[in-house]
Design a protein around this ligand. Sequence first.
Ligand code: AMP
Ligand code: TRP
Length: 328
Amino acid sequence: MSKGRIFSGMQPSGKFHLGNYLGALENWVKLQNEYECIFAIVDWHALTSQYEDTGGIQESIHNMALDWLSGGLDPERNIIFVQSQVKEHAELHLLLSMITPLSWLERVPTYKDKLQQLGDIGKEINTYGFLGYPELMTADIILYKADTVPVGEDQIPHVELTREIVRRFNSIYPPVFPEPQVKLSKAPYVPGIDGRKMSKSYGNEIPYAAPPDELRARARLMITDPQRVRKHDPGNPDVCTVYTFHKLFNQAATAGIAAQCRSAEVGCVDCKKQLAERMVEELSVIHARRAELAAHPVKVREILAYGAERARKLAAATMEEVRAAMNL
Ligand code: AMP
Ligand code: TRP
């Protein structure tokens, strides 16, 4: 029995890393058993900050599809598609823009933050499209009348805005949309090799598609307890990045590993080796699936086209209702 309908999306910007996998994708793979799920590679959203550099976007979309499928998202059970292949997202975005007060968009906290952040590094995104980022996200969600939106904490203000826009639409016109709810993924906070949040903007990431030798090299570079200088010093696993990864990849062994660290029985070099081998083991299954799919790009395109076709049917039905409600 399905608990409801989920919509979520990710921007095809750059390389997928273990933060994306453990923090988001792994959760989606679980949700596909409980909900009717629609997942979009949101390429129009990527344009809001990367409009100048679109040369690599098709490759990024293809890679993201490989990442999702190899990670276990089932293209039959879920609808998996590329946002720009379903034009109804643009139509609904336009219609919603008519009823959305400018001040609602301007006060979204991520708006000013990111404008400033990117402005500081000389990137000009003071555009109409960037201001409308959460408006487009609203269109994504409500086009499918999704009731549940699994996202990270940073996206809460966007879904809050979605709810406000829905209430406004439903009060001006005959009601069409349900108010969606955020479903905070119990996503682990995944640190990068330097201990800060894993992010490609810090250069501390472990690529999801990294081959075994790269995984081993990244594990060797992880920071450990800074107080533990020599092997026979007792360590504190609670402040160690390697231990955090043991918890993510090596759940069954964590109690033993923590004890061996505290008693200085096992040194950091060996502890990192153990971790690397566990990561290689778990990811090699995914990498084999990924390589097999990568050898069949036509099949991947067909999967995305099939998803878009199914998405379009749902989207077209909603747009009929929207046009009728608005007398268009
Ligand atoms: P981004 O790469 O920022 O577009 O994020 C895509 C998805 O991965 C979002 O759902 C994030 O919440 C999740 N994510 C990214 N980095 C991390 C991290 N270091 N830890 C946990 N989740 C992450
Ligand atoms: N803004 C989301 C992010 O950066 C991606 C996204 C676009 C999304 N449209 C969505 C997420 C709709 C959930 C629902 O992570």
